[in-house]
Write a protein that binds this ligand. Sequence first.
Ligand code: SF4
Length: 167
Amino acid sequence: MTAEQAAAEELRQRIASQFGRSLHIRTLDTGSCAACEQEIRLLTAPHYDLHRLGFFFTPAPRHADLLLVTGPMIRAFDVAARKTFDAMPGPKIVVATGACALGGVYPADAFVHGSVGEILPVDVWVPGCPPSPLALLQGLLVAVDRLAEKAASLTFVADSLTGEVPG
Ligand code: SF4
C-alpha cells in the first residue's frame, strides 16, 4: 500500500466512525494564483477520488464543517471571509493551504494581510507552493482529528420535549 493509499484509508475510516460517513468542505480563495485550487481539484479526480473517503465540497457555508482556505487574504476579501466563517455551524475547522495562506509569500501591506491567520482562526496549516495532493490529504487527516476533539468538548442540553441528549 502506498503512502497516499494508507493516508486515504485512514481518512475514510475516521470519517466513517466519527462523522457519520460524510464531512463537507467549503473552499475559500482569498487571492491565490489558482495553482493551490488546481491541486485541491485533483483530489476529486479518479486517482484520489476524495468523495469515496467521505469528503464532499459544498458551496454553502451553512452546510460546511471545514473551511479550506487558499491565498494571502487580500484586504478586500476579509469581510467576506469572516462572514463565510461565521455562517458555518459549529463545531467547525479552518485549514489554511499553501505558502501564501501561511504568510510565506506576501508581506502585509495596504492591499493584503499576508496570512489567513490574520483574519480567521486557523486550526491546521498545510505548507507547499502549491501543496501536493498527498500533503492536502495529510492536512485533512489532522483536521478530522481536531474536529473530532472539538465535537467531543461540546456540551449538549436535553431536548425540552423528548428529554433526549444529542451526540
Ligand atoms: S501558495 Fe503558491 S501555488 Fe498556492 S496560491 Fe500561493 S503562489 Fe499560488
